[in-house]
Design a protein around this ligand. Structure first.
Ligand SMILES: [Fe+2]
Length: 384
């Protein structure tokens, strides 16, 4: 058995339809006097805002963050809101973007100075903040409610900063599937496929280990079954709940096992061309798994069985097609986009090192070329 490390910092996970109502008891239990809420802009004008204030009390301050993948400007505005008055509880409610922004902004309150001073995937010391951090996801996707990391775009948009610390992690993850039923079909598909990519890449990474494999496996099994149902029937709370738990499981797995080259490619597509994260993963994953096939061994057969294909790549291609994400890369990139620059950018990712098969920049370029054509849900033929 290979040496390994397993990390999980979230102390409590609460899952139940209607679990949001537990916020009032949690605040009481922790003697909270000054609650603050960072809220996904999607909900800023919806009844959820009033419901949060009703649960946490009239002293609650609320800060909406824009519905986009967060950059340093959004994080700094969130820091200014949090720093304006003391707070002893922070509730981050939203998709991965809102949770990622809130997690970093809270750390910037206890670590004054440039955000870049505490950025870095490993070895950065962050001074803790005393507040209780509760994360409440409203999409089943990133798993930011249990992961120790956040990804924030730099101001010039050319690269992304990774922040990572156990101090930044939510103490409590509150999973309430009724909050995810209003997600539009496109958001459900893209965020769900992000979770699929987390589970598959964590399961196949060189750094996968005996703690992460069973969790990634459970996440894949559940997403294969329930993501198409949640996509087709938005109000199906059972399927929504299964996807929400699976996305959290996938994040617990990748928090220690890391990811792979689909995320290397989606990182470059996001930084250089603002392609949405979940969509970019869906464009990449069937092709990157076709590339990885020679290195997958028995795990490849397991993934193929779970997703109903003759290979892992075919199964993932089928699922992508079923949820409406079988899209040509050209459709989401500006005309004349520089594929060589995207390939070079993706090679800078730390995920390349842990991918089961090590790509060259020419391999990455060939994968990007293949991504220009839809698969129709069939076996992706890469020829590498
Ligand atoms: Fe992701």
């Amino acid at each position: 058995m290979h040496p390994f490390t397993f990390l999980h910092s979230t102390r409590r996970v609460i899952f139940a339809p209607g679990a949001l109502d537990r916020l009032a008891d949690l605040a009481k239990e922790h003697g909270v006097q000054r609650p603050a809420v960072v809220l996904d802009g999607y909900f800023a004008t919806q009844p959820l805002r009033d419901r949060l204030v009703a649960l946490l009390g009239p002293a609650t301050r609320v800060h909406p963050v824009p519905q986009q993948e967060p950059d340093l400007r959004i994080v700094e505005s969130c820091r200014a809101f949090l720093a304006a008055e003391p707070f002893d509880m922070l509730v981050a409610v939203g998709g991965g973007s809102a949770m990622d922004a809130a997690k970093v902004a809270r750390m910037l309150v206890s670590n004054p100075g440039e955000a870049s001073a505490i950025a870095g995937p490993v070895g950065v010391r962050m001074r803790p903040h005393a507040s209780l951090l509760v994360c409440v996801p409203t999409t089943a996707g990133t798993g930011s409610e249990v992961s120790e990391s956040s990804v924030i775009a730099a101001l010039d948009g050319s690269y992304k900063l990774i922040f990572r610390s156990a101090e930044m992690t939510a103490s409590i993850a509150l999973l309430d599937p009724t909050l995810t039923t209003s997600a539009p079909a496109g958001v459900t598909a893209a965020s769900g496929y992000d979770a699929v990519t987390h589970a598959v890449e964590a399961f196949t990474a060189k750094t996968a280990n005996p703690m992460t494999d069973p969790i990634a496996l459970a996440a894949m099994e559940s997403l294969a079954r329930h993501l198409p149902i949640a996509h087709a029937e938005p109000g199906n709370v059972e399927a929504r709940g299964a996807c929400l738990v699976a996305s959290m499981q996938a994040a617990i797995a990748f928090n220690s096992a890391n990811l792979g080259i689909a995320h290397a490619i989606s990182g470059a597509l996001g930084a250089l061309h603002h392609v949405g994260h979940g969509l970019a993963n869906a464009l990449a994953l069937p092709w990157t798994m076709a590339f990885n096939q020679p290195a997958l061994g028995a795990k490849g057969e397991t993934i193929a069985r779970i997703f109903g294909g003759r290979s892992a790549a075919e199964g993932l291609s089928k699922l992508r097609h079923r949820v409406g994400l079988d899209i040509a890369l050209d459709r989401v990139l500006p005309a004349g986009a520089d594929y060589d620059a995207i390939a070079a950018g993706s090679m800078k990712s730390g995920q390349v090192r842990v991918n089961p098969r090590t790509p060259t920049v020419a391999d990455m370029r060939a994968i990007l070329e293949a991504m220009r054509r839809p698969t129709g849900g069939t076996q992706p033929e890469l020829g590498l």
